[in-house]
Structure formats: C-alpha cells, structure tokens
Design a protein around this ligand. Structure first.
Ligand code: 4GX
Length: 225
C-alpha cells in the first residue's frame, strides 16, 4: 500500500514511520509512506498556508490553493488514491473503517490545522472525512498517524499468521469484545499471583476462563450506563 500525507509538519511522521511495525512493513516493501510539506506548494515569500476568515472571527483558515496543487502533484502518478481528510466533523474511525481502508491500493491523508479548511477544499476534493474521536487535537497529524498505524497492521503479511487470525475474531461484531487479562513470569509478583487456571494446563478451562473474562470486561467497561 502507498500512503501519501499532506501536512505542514512533515517531521512529526519520521519517528512513527521509522519504528516498530511500520518500519517492518516498509522494510518488507508492503508499505510506502510519502510525507509531503504543504508549504512546498506555496508561492509567496512567507510560504503561507493559512489566511483570515471572510466574515471575520477568531482564528485562521487553511487556504485552498496549496492543498489543491499538492493533491494534483501527488496524484499525477496513478493509481488515484482514496482521499481522506482528518477532522472532528468526520465519521468516527473504527476497526471496521480500518479494515475497509486496508483494501485500498493507495491513500492520501490530509492533515489540517487552525480553525479548519476553506470549504472549497471539502467541496472540490470530495474527500472522505474521518475523525478519530470526539475530542479536539491541535492538528490532523496525530489522527493521520493513528489511522496509518491501525490500517498498516491489517495489511496481509505485516503481522504473523497467528496475529492476523486473532484479528478476524476481533473484527467480527459477534465475537468476544475486549481482551482478557494476560500474565507472564514470575508466577507471583509483589503479592499478586497468576490465576491458578492459567497454570492448570487444562486448555478447555483456560479458554472458558478467558472468554468469561473478556465478556465481563466488555460488559463492565463498554456497556455500562
Ligand atoms: N479527529 N483536529 C484537525 C483542524 C481542522 C478542522 C477542520 C480540518 C477541518 C481531529 C479529530 C481533530 C482538530 C484535527 C482540528 N482541520 N482530527 N484540526 N478529533 O480534533 O481528526
């Protein structure tokens, strides 16, 4: 998958793309991330990407010209990507959305700043608008990184076979919800013991315990009034 990102802070992506699963995915040539500085498509001495809003009011608005020019430049090479705008007004990003996007050959993510984009960007570029949740960030970069991270781990070959099988059950709405508790060595740590059932070697009972824990957690943490 190829992912292009338009941002005024390209350096923010360096760390995220250079570590962990994203690094592995890039090394395996399963992921090609290209981060572009929106200011490369400005033409004034100040390299302005924002301007004052018509009608007055506080804050600044992202100018349409650099965004349109950047999109045209990045899309010169086929295939055309699915365009995505990260913003609080978008549909809420879920695991299901991630699964859908993971099937795309190419994504183009646009990270905004300030009060938002000039409305002509929305109208003219017909982007899918996605929000990572109902809270306010200072820019679309962290939402873009969250989306990239979530989508890339779903790409075939990025995770091991075991992990991708587990993913299928998680993505299934009828399947168990939240993860059950995990334990590793030591068997006792600061007075807290590993539940006996996990040491029993009885795999049917371990499976039942984990299913029950998962059900309880989901009930308690996700279905509370
Ligand atoms: N999930 N923000 C974007 C500026 C902005 C506003 C409107 C485009 C249109 C956010 C979120 C989020 C803050 C990123 C406002 N850009 N993005 N930014 N929650 O809060 O995605």
């Amino acid at each position: 998958m190829r992912i292009d990102v338009l941002t005024i802070f390209p350096a923010m992506f360096a760390g995220v793309c250079a570590e962990g699963i994203l690094r592995i995915a890039r090394e395996k040539r399963l992921l090609d991330v290209r981060v572009h500085d929106l200011r490369d498509w400005t033409h004034d001495a100040h390299r302005s990407v924002d301007d004052r809003p018509f009608g007055g009011g506080p804050g600044m608005v992202m100018k349409p010209e650099p965004v349109f020019e950047a999109v045209a430049a990045v899309e010169e090479e086929p295939p055309a990507p699915q365009r995505i705008l990260l913003c609080p007004q978008g549909e809420t990003f879920t695991q299901e959305t991630a699964g859908e996007l993971a099937r795309a050959e190419r994504l183009l993510l646009i990270a905004g700043h300030y009060e938002g984009f000039d409305e002509r960007i929305r109208i003219g570029l017909a982007c899918r608008e996605i929000s990572i949740g109902d809270y306010v960030l200072t820019g679309g970069e962290i939402p873009a990184m969250a989306l990239i991270d979530t989508v890339v781990r779903l790409l075939p070959g990025v995770l091991g076979k075991e992990a991708s099988l587990a993913e299928e059950s998680f993505a299934d709405p009828g399947a168990p919800g939240l993860e059950y508790p995990h334990y590793t060595r030591p068997r006792e740590f600061r007075g807290m013991a590993v539940p006996d059932v996990l040491l029993s070697g009885n795999h049917a009972e371990i499976r039942r315990w984990r299913e029950e824990q998962s059900r309880l957690r989901t009930e308690l943490r996700r279905k509370a009034p």
